[in-house]
Design a protein around this ligand. Structure first.
Ligand SMILES: [Zn+2]
Length: 437
């Protein structure tokens, strides 16, 4: 659509970042938003009738595992970003647990070249905190920043010591880069495949102690001895105790939670087995309710999927032997709307904030807003319409979801990335949008 014009007519335009929530037209030109207002005159090259629909910034996911390079049997950059688009996302941030890992300027450049060649949406590269993810040698964060990384993380390959955490935070502060921490105290979680509770005992499997996350967060709090807010973001917050600690950590880190922690408890493991196995594990109803309240209060400002595809065979290994993780990109919008609008009673713009302007602001991205000059990354969806999840239809190579068969609100009508209509009622555009990354 670059070089041409597109008008999205008559939708409810919701931009949490600017506070806009009104019926308006959006004019897109040369990949950017050219005008927003009532009844924009003139004929465009293409028009989307958004009457009765919501028009918001394309969703942004801070936490996905795209598996390429190294585990393309689970997912590729192409399949993962198509899953993103189908779910309404126009930007995803890829975690660094790939082989090779994005741990140097050279390896980041190689991964960026793959993204350039095959991604269907924008992809931010999150650098690895340690070389080859060895959990020992911290990487050169300034070099990762210069190579284009949007953050660094120890997700899946956690830092081990307080000295490492302290050093990592100082390097992040110096480099002006965010650290995304997987908060898990291994001495309390080791070998645990689910929440340690009534059901883990009944099933006879090893559980993760309820205070695993709390202990790790305390360690991160001790590691930060600098002034002001640490350059720290907590990945996939999952417990009431974690929420409580963040509530009383003055100038503390930002945090995300995932749609599944807002909807499910460890009881889902009894129903779905390995397809409800992820790390951190699903906890109790009290934890779920505390997370809903934390998002409503803004203590947790971001919803991110932790999209973690695995093959059917890998998940058939059973609860104990299968790998951690579930897919999330194609169900996130519906599950989040069900949890935060229907269950927690939040207003739609506040819910969309957690998936658009909040992650954009945290990473300093130009997308995530609907205003003149911003990148034309847009989602058009029907918040009232209902659909049924069919994992067999996923664009992701992963089918590992506990939400298969669920009835969810929020039907995606169109997804625009860089001014290109990438997905619409008839499915995907024939050509991949280029020049996004
Ligand atoms: Zn993690």
């Amino acid at each position: 659509m670059t070089g041409s014009t597109l008008t999205i007519r008559g939708g409810r335009v919701i931009c949490p970042g600017t506070g806009r929530d009104e019926r308006a037209d959006v004019l897109v030109q040369d990949g950017r938003i050219a005008a927003v207002g009532a009844d924009i005159a003139g004929a465009a090259d293409a028009t989307i009738n958004a009457t009765g629909l919501v028009v918001c910034p394309g969703l942004i996911d801070l936490h996905v595992h795209l598996r390429e390079p190294g585990a393309e049997h689970k997912e590729t950059i192409a399949s993962g970003t198509r899953a993103a688009i189908r779910g309404g996302f126009t930007t995803v941030c890829a975690m660094p647990n790939t082989t090779p890992a994005p741990d140097s300027a050279k390896s980041v450049a190689a991964i960026s070249a793959r993204i350039e060649r095959s991604a269907w949406c924008r992809v931010g590269v999150i650098g690895a905190a340690t070389a080859r993810n060895d959990r020992e040698t911290l990487t050169d964060f300034a070099a990762l920043r210069d190579a284009g990384c949007v953050a660094v993380s120890d997700d899946a390959f956690m830092l081990r010591t307080r000295e490492q955490r302290r050093e990592a935070l100082h390097r992040c502060a110096e480099a002006g880069l965010l650290f995304i921490a997987h908060a898990e105290a291994e001495e309390l979680s080791a070998g645990g495949v689910m929440h340690e509770g009534v059901l883990s005992r009944e099933l006879g499997v090893r559980g993760q102690h309820p205070e695993t996350e709390l202990r790790a967060l305390e360690e991160w709090r001790e590691a930060w001895d600098g002034p002001g807010r640490p350059p720290l973001h907590i990945a996939h917050l999952s417990t009431a105790a974690g929420v409580a600690l963040l509530r009383d950590w003055t100038d503390g880190p930002t945090a995300e939670t995932a749609p599944h922690y807002l909807t499910l408890t460890d009881m889902a493991v009894g129903l779905h087995g390995a397809n409800a196995k992820m790390n951190p594990p699903l906890r109790t109803e009290a934890d779920r309710v505390a997370l809903l309240e934390a998002v409503r209060d803004g203590v947790v400002g971001i919803v991110a999927t932790d999209h973690a595809p695995h093959t059917i065979e890998e998940k058939l290994a059973g609860l104990t032997d299968s790998p951690f993780g579930i897919v999330g990109l194609e169900t996130a919008l519906g599950v989040t709307l069900a949890a935060l609008c229907d269950d927690a009673g939040m207003a739609l713009p506040e819910v969309l904030r957690t998936l658009t302007s909040a992650p954009a602001k945290l990473l300093g991205l130009p997308q995530g807003r609907i205003e003149v000059g911003a990148p034309a990354d847009l989602l058009v969806f029907d918040p009232e319409a209902i659909w049924w999840v069919d994992a067999g239809e996923f664009e992701s190579r992963g089918r590992n979801t506990p939400f298969d068969g669920w009835e969810l609100p929020g039907v995606v009508a169109a997804v625009i990335a860089g001014g290109n209509v990438v997905y619409g009622r008839e499915g995907f555009a024939h050509v991949r949008p280029e020049g996004l990354n």
